[in-house]
Design a protein. Structure first.
Lengths: 94, 487
């Protein structure tokens, strides 16, 4: 995997629940620190469109999906555990 | 089977991870498949649920701002205040919500600013900022209080104070009825007139009208309930009423009613006024009495003038003498009336009447005419006859008596005779004049004196033609006496 690959991330949330909000804040913070200029985040609100859960077989919310670079990765929870997120996304600490 | 195993590993790992995340409280919603409806989001309610409900239902707008100044969360109230849906705010810069200064986000400090609204003028708000943690990241909770509510409340309170001060200072009784006919406000005067506490009762309960009220116009055939209904449904003016209360039975009021309008011009009750007209009624009655009395007096006066003219002509041997005598008598008549006019026909003090009638004679005020006696208020009926009598006496004295030569004097004395001081005796005594001749008895003056005093005052009159000076004595009843002496 090239270190310059762009990360295409999709965060599934459910409206404004506290964990969803925490996940948004934590993800942005991690991306700014470790993937500056190399990331793209798409927010999916399953409260508005639950059917979108099927595509990535989402069970728990919030869930982060790394679509690119492949392979697809999945992290469940509010992303407050930095180490777990970095490992889960295959990001080398800078 | 062996081909399937590698595919099961990530599924198993995901399942374990999901359960672990739920167990450690890292998720707050799950997706479940419900038959034909497909996937549905089910919230996992945690300990923070009550706070979430509280924030959604509170009357302030609430915004959670991430460390980058962008909005993560807003409550429904903010959506109501601005007219924008909740989604509109997510990921927006907080500063773009305001038309002026954005909240400083200094913890626990407040700032007044204006919140932009959809299709409406900006809303004045007070913004408070408070730092919170969102996961491991710092965030800010901003609450917005709608100041228009408070400003409107201040305006209402100010208007209420204004109206109340008018009520308290009004000289009329003012009563405000709500739409249900119960009293909501009563001025201080109205409270004094009410039978017990006025507030919360109907008009008829607090201000029962006297059943024998006369000339009540619109209220004439109404029951108490009918009147209460009328007061909140139909404006009317100036119905004359009396209140049933014993202590107010002698007082008369004008009852008026008009609609109480709100700021949308809708009728929300009525304003009743009770204006006291007792004094006006009394003045009207007095005016009627005075008019009738005046009419009577004018007729009498004309009769007297006619009689004076006829009698004076009979006793005058030339037109010139008639003119002088008649004008003198008319002036005496006028002096008596003037004195009565000045006291509104309440009576005249004897010394004042003497001063008026005798003023044309140069001797009045010097030592030649002396008057002494207690202060006596003459009854109205005595004023004109006495005025005429004093005129005749002084005219005669000037022509033939003490005042006709130097050194002559007139001494006028009076006193109250009986124990209850109801009878007055007045003596006119002349001295130092020419010797009195009996021929004066035939003059019209003495005849006039005798007639008018005897007839009008029921007085006892004596005229003595003493050669050393004429003595005139009269006794009659007076209405009342003031004790302080006059000399």
């Amino acid at each position: 995997m090239n270190h310059l690959d762009t990360y295409n991330l999709r965060l599934y949330v459910a409206g404004q629940t506290p964990k969803s909000m925490a996940a948004i804040v934590n993800l942005k913070k991690i991306c700014e620190q470790h993937l500056s200029g190399r990331y793209d985040i798409e927010l999916i609100d399953l409260l508005k469109n639950p059917a979108l859960a099927q595509r990535h077989q989402i069970v728990a919310i919030p869930t982060l999906i790394r679509q690119l670079p492949e392979p697809l990765k999945r992290i469940i929870g509010d992303l407050s555990n930095l180490e777990k997120v970095l490992v889960g996304l295959d990001i080398q600490p800078m | 089977m062996s081909e399937l195993v590698p595919n099961l590993v990530p599924l198993h790992r995901d399942a374990v991870e999901t359960i672990d995340a739920i167990h450690h409280g890292q998720v707050d919603a799950v997706v479940v498949i419900k038959g034909v409806e497909g996937p549905q989001v089910v919230m996992l309610e945690g300990a923070d649920k009550p706070y979430h409900v509280l924030v959604e239902r509170m009357s302030e707008g609430a915004i959670t701002v991430g460390p980058d100044g962008r909005i993560l969360y807003v409550n429904e109230r903010l959506s109501e205040l601005t007219g924008h849906p909740v989604e509109y705010f997510i990921h927006r810069d907080l500063a773009t919500l305001f038309d002026a200064a954005a909240p400083s986000l200094i913890p626990d400090e407040s700032v007044e600013t204006n919140l932009l609204r959809s299709g409406k003028a900006p809303l004045p708000v007070k913004a408070w900022a408070h730092h919170i943690s969102i996961g491991d990241a710092p965030g800010t909770l901003v609450t917005l209080t709608d100041l228009s509510i408070y400003r409107r409340a201040e305006e209402i309170a100010s208007a209420e104070r204004f109206a109340r001060s008018i009520l308290e200072q009004a000289t009329n009784a003012i009563i405000v009825l709500g739409a249900d006919g119960h009293i909501t406000h009563a001025s201080a005067i109205a409270q004094d007139l009410a039978e017990g506490p006025a507030l919360g009762r109907t008009f008829s309960e607090a201000f029962p009208l006297a059943p024998d009220t006369e000339n009540v116009g619109i209220t004439e055939h109404l029951s108490e309930k009918g009147l209460d209904r009328l007061l909140v449904t139909k404006p009317f003016h100036r119905a004359e009423v009396k209140l049933r209360s014993e202590r107010l039975s002698k007082r008369t009021f004008l009852l008026s009613a008009g609609p109480l309008l709100d700021n949308k011009n809708l009728t929300v009750g009525s304003v009743i006024t009770l204006t006291e007209i007792t004094e006006i009624k009394r003045a009207e009655e007095q005016q009627k009495t005075i008019s009738a009395e005046l009419n009577h007096r004018v007729k009498n006066l004309l009769t007297v003038v006619q009689s004076l003219a006829v009698q004076t002509a009979r006793w005058s041997d030339s037109p010139e003498k008639f003119k002088i005598a008649f004008i003198g008598r008319l002036n005496a008549l006028a002096a008596g009336h003037d004195a009565l006019m000045q006291t509104s026909w309440a009576g005249v003090y004897l010394n004042e009447l003497l001063a008026r009638v005798l003023a044309p004679f140069s001797s009045w005020g010097d030592e030649r005419i002396r008057a002494s006696g207690p202060e006596v208020l003459l009854p109205v009926d005595a004023v004109v006859p006495l005025s005429m009598a004093f005129h005749e006496l002084s005219t005669n004295s000037l022509k033939y008596g003490a005042l006709s030569i130097a050194g002559g004097q007139v001494d006028i004395r009076w006193q109250l005779l009986d124990a209850d001081e109801q009878e007055l005796e007045l003596i006119w005594q002349e001295r130092g004049g020419p010797k009195v001749k009996e021929a004066r008895t035939s003059g019209f003056g003495t005849t006039l004196i005798d007639r008018i005093l005897t007839r009008d005052l029921d007085a006892n009159v004596e005229i003595h033609f003493d050669p050393h000076g004429l003595r005139f004595a009269v006794k009659f009843r007076v209405l009342r006496v003031i004790a302080s002496p006059y000399t």
